[in-house]
Design a protein around this ligand. Structure first.
Ligand SMILES: [Mn+2]
Length: 335
């Protein structure tokens, strides 16, 4: 029996199901959840969608019935503890479920992981369906539905899967773009998805704060390693000045990577006084998850990140010098 049938069996057995994805959810996590939620609704299943952080505005069109909730210890911990089945989507690392993880673990029932991030050493899942060649977790959800419930691949389901794939492939431009994801896109259009409108919903709604912040960043890009590395920082003071919120920052590392001559871009984001989030993007000649892993993070070969403790003034030089060190080591190997 393949994993899709096993997962389906667990869904059939379960009376309550939790769907979740990583913190600061992106289009892939949200689209995958929305697509699977349509399937569960069709199967008359009781389920709940709990996120560890807010659903970004640009994805709210995937949640017309306000089913996406933010995990609240008081409101949800008992429910999570007693749930029959937990399905983690696009998670990368289980600790990216935040406080929810403890409760998921305590419930002692089935944990399903569906993901396209590289497999980590610890795998506390009962069923693990990981495929690093998939363009997005949404592509895996498509495979599941195409095998288990093809009759219910509705326009809404295709729209959610399309969002997952479109956002994780940079609108079919990154090197994870593959044949299947184009086929799925074609099927989505056949099913009636208005792809131009979807693109507009996701990318055509930049807040003014986001552009103000982008201007501050563009003015302060730092080039290293013969211009092959570009880095920038976003301090809390910059966030405040631009009146920006967390989701306004999404995509900036992609923007910096697009500069001519740049191979790798790095963002250092001041999360709090003593923690920073770092994000890497690579054009494809350097693999950057090695750097993210050094800082206990993870991700894909060309898109990765980590959370680093320490004041931003100390984190920046540490991360920049480690990045240069790893890039030059990769150059040495290539010689
Ligand atoms: Mn993904």
């Amino acid at each position: 029996m393949n994993n899709w049938s096993k997962i389906h069996q667990e869904i059939v057995k379960a009376e309550s199901i939790l769907l979740t994805t990583h913190e600061n959810p992106d289009g892939d996590g949200i689209g995958s959840i929305a697509a699977l939620a349509h399937h569960l609704t069709n199967q008359d299943k009781k389920y709940r969608i709990l996120l560890t952080s807010e659903l970004p505005d640009e994805y709210k069109f995937l949640d017309p019935h306000n089913q996406f909730e933010i995990y609240d210890e008081e409101l949800h911990s008992d429910w999570v503890k007693n749930v029959d089945l937990s399905i983690l989507l696009d998670i990368g690392n289980y600790n990216r479920t935040g406080k929810m993880w403890e409760k998921i673990k305590q419930n002692g029932t089935v944990i399903v992981n569906i993901d396209h991030h590289p497999i980590r050493k610890e795998q506390p899942y009962d069923i693990n369906e990981t495929d690093i060649n998939a363009s997005a977790t949404g592509e895996l959800i498509y495979k599941y539905l195409n095998e288990i419930d093809p009759a219910n691949l509705s326009v809404q389901t295709y729209e959610a899967i399309y969002v997952a794939i479109m956002t994780d492939t940079g609108s079919f431009s990154y090197n994870n773009t593959n044949i299947l994801c184009h086929k799925i896109a074609a099927k989505a259009i056949e099913a009636g998805v208005d792809t131009a409108k979807v693109h507009q919903n996701v990318y055509g709604s930049s807040s003014k704060a986001r552009i103000k912040l982008l201007a501050a960043i563009a003015d302060n890009l730092q080039y290293e390693y013969d211009g092959k590395l570009v880095w920038f920082q976003i301090t809390r003071a910059m966030m405040k000045k631009a009146q920006a919120s967390h989701e306004d920052v999404d995509g900036f590392t992609d923007f910096a990577r697009a500069i001519k001559g740049v191979e790798v871009s790095l963002m250092v984001f001041e999360k709090s006084e003593r923690t920073c989030r770092i994000n890497f993007r690579s054009k494809g000649n350097y693999s950057i998850n090695e750097i993210a892993q050094f800082f206990n993070g993870g991700g894909h070969a060309f898109a990765a990140g980590a959370v680093v403790s320490g004041k931003i003034a100390n984190v920046v030089p540490k991360v920049v010098s480690k990045t240069i060190e790893i890039l030059s080591a990769q150059d040495e190997v290539a010689k």
